[in-house]
Design a protein around this ligand. Structure first.
Ligand code: HEC
Length: 273
């Protein structure tokens, strides 16, 4: 769902599944057959009366197609998304200085970085940023500002989950390779409401290379991310954020803010060849 979303989003590629399917047929037919040929063949896309050059659900050209042809086009689109997801999994990084330190090389971090790492545990960062990816893969409210031009706060997962449940591309959907793997029953209305303002904990591996930071992309300096945490997020009455900040983020002083800024700036990821 994540990989195909941008293609049909009007603010991103503003493309459509028919266009993507035609592009695959025109430029990547042999590659497609090599990867998916055992199970799927490309539909007769050269017949543009049957398969218009562009269109997605809600567009007249797409909506007029037969159910079987819609499914065939959507299958190509989904497989393109699966290929992207599979490619993304091959993007891995060389061990960082933090990895070297954890593996026992106590010279890999500078003294100030060691001090910051200790504070990372004392202050509570490691409650959420832990494990090899420095993420708990869960959702929390940190009250980072919105990146929306109208300044309205982002609702976070409470707005995202209903979109997930409505999507034909979710893990439990008919295009899934593992239907039944997802547990959607846990998303009761109360559970969804409790996710207001919460975002998934981002991976901190290579965080120095992935700015600007925060879900709105509004923070362009890691020292300011640390300062934001030190002040426990935007104030309760600030309209750019919603929901209460998580209780286990303790306020901390300028010195610690500065240490965290330095530690985060040292977190580079060198791509594996
Ligand atoms: C309660 C869980 C939690 C704790 C504790 C926590 N974080 Fe986070 N962290 C998150 C979440 C969730 C986000 C994403 C917030 C957003 O974008 O709205 C985030 C975002 C970040 C980012 C930005 C990453 C990016 O790619 O944009 C950095 C850097 C960061 N945290 C470092 C820290 C540091 C340093 C601490 C300790 C002071 C800390 N975090 C404590 C959950 C947590």
């Amino acid at each position: 769902m994540q990989a195909v979303g941008p293609m049909e989003n009007s603010l991103e590629f503003a493309s459509s599944r028919l266009r993507v399917a035609h592009r695959i047929a025109d430029a990547y037919a042999a590659d497609y057959a090599a990867v998916f040929g055992a199970k799927y063949t490309l539909p007769a896309l050269s017949d543009t009366a049957r398969f218009p050059l562009a269109g997605k659900p809600g567009d007249a050209a797409y909506d007029a197609m037969s159910a079987a042809d819609k499914d065939a086009v959507t299958r190509v689109f989904v497989n393109a998304g699966k290929a992207i997801a599979a490619f993304e999994r091959t993007l891995t990084a060389e061990p960082s200085r933090l990895d070297q330190y954890v593996a026992g090389d106590f010279t890999a971090l500078a003294e100030s970085e060691k001090e910051a790492l200790k504070a990372f545990f004392v202050v509570g960062c490691a409650q959420c940023h832990w494990g090899p990816m420095l993420s708990d893969n869960a959702f929390h409210d940190i009250r980072f500002p919105t990146g929306r031009l109208d300044g309205v706060a982002d609702e976070g997962a409470s707005a995202g989950i209903p979109k997930l449940l409505a999507s034909e591309f979710r893990a439990g959907g008919s295009y899934s390779d593992a239907p039944g793997s997802a547990n959607y029953a846990r998303f009761t209305p109360d559970a969804i409401a409790s996710l207001r303002g919460k975002f998934k904990t981002p991976v901190l591996r290579g965080v120095a290379d992935t700015g600007p930071w925060g879900h709105g992309g509004t923070i362009d300096d890691l020292h300011l991310v640390a300062k934001h945490y030190g002040e426990r997020g935007l104030k309760d009455d600030d309209p750019r954020a919603v929901g209460p900040v998580e209780p286990w983020i303790a306020p901390f002083d300028d010195h610690t803010q500065h240490l965290f800024g330095g530690l985060l700036q040292s977190m580079h990821a060198t791509p594996r060849p």
